[in-house]
Structures are given as structure tokens and as C-alpha cells.
Design a protein around this ligand. Structure first.
Ligand SMILES: O=C[C@H](O)[C@H](O)[C@H](O)COP(=O)(O)O
Length: 306
């Protein structure tokens, strides 16, 4: 049976509004099963009951991540009734944590020196170097804050998200902007080579632009497929000539536009190195778990195994 990808019941209506081209007809059972399988494997390999602070991302896939954490903790409760605190990346994420009976802690309540033991999240597309596009559900800013604060970031997705380069199947880069600046940011994005950036609106157009948890807007900016660091090392030009960019250069260019709060490109170092790098790109995952149609899970790790 071929149906539209469902809005998960835990996602408040109007929150997870995907860019138009992402709404593809697909088999619900297969995709949801693939995501769930990937989530359980990711949690099995990266979560344990002696952790103290755990980041929880947003979207439909992370719901299975929380289900897997809950299942693990039911079998293996933390010793001495100790709490594990789960740091959400937005409203939906907090609801998912609460509904699982886990203990949320606001990002800005974290003790100053604390690093999260791990942060789990989904992605819209992941390339060969584990750079990610995120923000399909309009949650990229808090996701980047939380990922940047984690000792390791682990991504959970399905096979559709696994591409050699970003912008292969996913149509656009989500960019969170201050409402007053949206028109000027769109003009600047066109100058960078984005052919038709659009202000994301609710499906019901009369309700206006989608607003993020910060009350900001999202612009979805299409670009040509983005070059990886390997492409650049091999001599390909990612400086924007003919609208061809590499991930790092484009992310920095967009972030520098006045009015941009955050760009939905996660790149840069992994783990604790991120702090030294100032957290510019968020961080990319140390591993991404892609659930497949046949029930298998492909794991890509960074740095790549030899
Ligand atoms: O803004 C939303 C987040 O970046 C999500 O993690 C991303 O869109 C993936 O969502 P889903 O798991 O629903 O595909």
C-alpha cells in the first residue's frame, strides 16, 4: 500500500512540516519499521544506565529512539534510583520524553561544566562524511545547541537519508531566520546560487509561515548537491562558482547573512573536539544508523574505519 509519510501522533500539528518535495508516497510499515530497527541498534550501542545527561532530538525517528531507551531502562534501571536527565531539542522532543515517563531537563538548566554523555537525533540527509541536513521539522537551532554540547552525537535514520552527497534527494537546506529579515535573507541566498528559496508555510496557507520554537521562520533553500571535504581535497571547486558549494563553505556563507539564526547543516569535528572548534557546525555524528527495507541496519561511522 502506498501512502503519505504520516505525521507521528506525538508531533504537534504544524510542527513537523516537511519541504514539499520530501512528501513522497511510500510504504509506511517499511519505513517506520526501518527507523525503529535503526533506533534500537543505535541505543543498544550508545546508551547505558550509568549515563547522566542525554540529548534527545526531534522528528519522527527519534520517537523510536526514546522507545528504545525506555525499553532498555525498564530492563536495566539505573542503580540507587538515580535519575538520568534527558535534554530536549524543542517542544515535541520534550513531550516525547515526558510521555515516555523520562525526566526532561531544559538545556539552559544544565550545570555549566556538564557535557551530555550522548545526543541522539534524526536527520533529513546524511552524506559519505556524515555531514547532515537537519531542520525538516523546523527544529534545527536547539538540535545544534544540544548536539554541540554532547560528548558524542548519534544519528538515526532510514535508508532514504543515506546519500553520497547532501542535496541529492533532500530538496533544500532549512535555515532559521528572524521574521523581519526573511526577505533580505532570501535575496542573499539567491546571490549564493539558491534558485528558488521559499519561506516555509503551514499546509493550511492561511495560517502563514511556520514558526520555530524560537518564534522564528524557516527558509528552505535549494542548492546543487554539496561537495564533501574529500571532493575538495581531490581538487573540485566548492567556492560557489556556478552555484557549486562544499558543505563547510556554504554553511559559513549562510550563517554570516544578517538575520540568520542557524543553518540546518551539521558538519565539523565530532565529540569533545567540537568545543575547541567553537561549535560552529554543530557536530557531525560519530555514527549514523540507517534502517533498511529488509530489516537490516547499515552503520556508517566517523572517522571512517580503515
Ligand atoms: O527539524 C527536525 C529535525 O532536524 C529532524 O531530526 C529531521 O527533520 C529528521 O526528522 P524525521 O526523523 O522525522 O525524518
Amino acid at each position: 500500500m502506498s501512502l503519505l509519510v504520516p505525521t507521528p501522533s506525538l508531533v504537534p500539528a504544524g510542527t513537523a512540516v516537511m519541504p514539499p518535495m520530501a512528501r513522497q508516497a511510500t510504504s509506511i510499515d517499511t519505513i517506520e519499521g526501518a527507523k525503529r530497527k535503526a533506533a534500537f541498534q543505535a541505543v543498544e550501542e550508545h546508551f547505558s544506565n550509568d549515563m547522566q545527561f542525554v540529548g534527545i532530538g526531534s522528528g519522527s525517528t527519534i520517537i523510536y529512539g526514546v522507545e528504545a531507551i525506555k525499553a532498555y531502562l525498564t530492563k536495566n534501571p539505573p542503580k540507587n534510583d538515580r535519575y538520568i536527565f534527558f535534554i530536549p531539542t524543542g517542544f515535541q522532543s520534550r513531550k516525547v520524553i515526558e510521555q515516555a515517563g523520562l525526566m526532561p531537563m531544559a538545556f539552559d538548566s544544565l550545570p555549566e561544566k556538564v557535557m551530555l554523555d550522548v545526543a541522539f537525533d534524526g536527520a533529513d540527509e546524511v552524506d559519505d562524511e556524515l555531514n547532515c541536513i537537519k531542520g525538516g521539522g523546523a527544529c534545527l537551532f536547539q538540535e545544534k545547541l544540544v548536539a554541540t554540547r554532547a560528548k558524542k552525537f548519534v544519528c538515526i535514520a532510514d535508508y532514504r537519508k543515506n546519500q553520497a552527497r547532501l542535496m541529492t534527494k533532500w530538496p533544500s537546506i532549512p535555515i532559521e531566520v528572524a521574521p523581519i529579515s526573511h526577505a533580505t535573507v532570501m535575496r542573499q541566498l539567491k546571490l549564493l546560487g539558491s534558485v528558488n528559496p521559499v519561506l516555509r508555510e503551514h499546509t493550511l496557507a492561511k495560517t502563514g509561515p511556520v514558526q520555530t520554537d524560537q518564534g522564528f521562520y524557516i527558509i528552505d533553500a535549494p542548492f546543487k548537491p554539496l561537495l564533501t571535504a574529500k571532493d575538495v581535497a581531490e581538487g573540485k571547486d566548492g567556492s560557489g562558482v556556478d552555484g557549486v558549494w562544499d558543505v563547510h563553505t556554504l554553511a559559513h556563507k549562510i550563517k554570516a547573512i544578517s538575520g540568520v539564526l542557524e543553518v540546518g547543516l551539521f558538519f565539523g569535528p565530532t565529540g569533545i573536539e567540537v568545543q575547541a572548534a567553537g561549535g560552529q557546525g554543530g557536530q557531525k555524528p560519530v555514527a549514523c544508523y540507517f534502517g533498511n527495507r529488509d530489516g537490516s541496519v547499515v552503520v556508517t561511522r566517523w572517522p571512517k574505519e580503515a
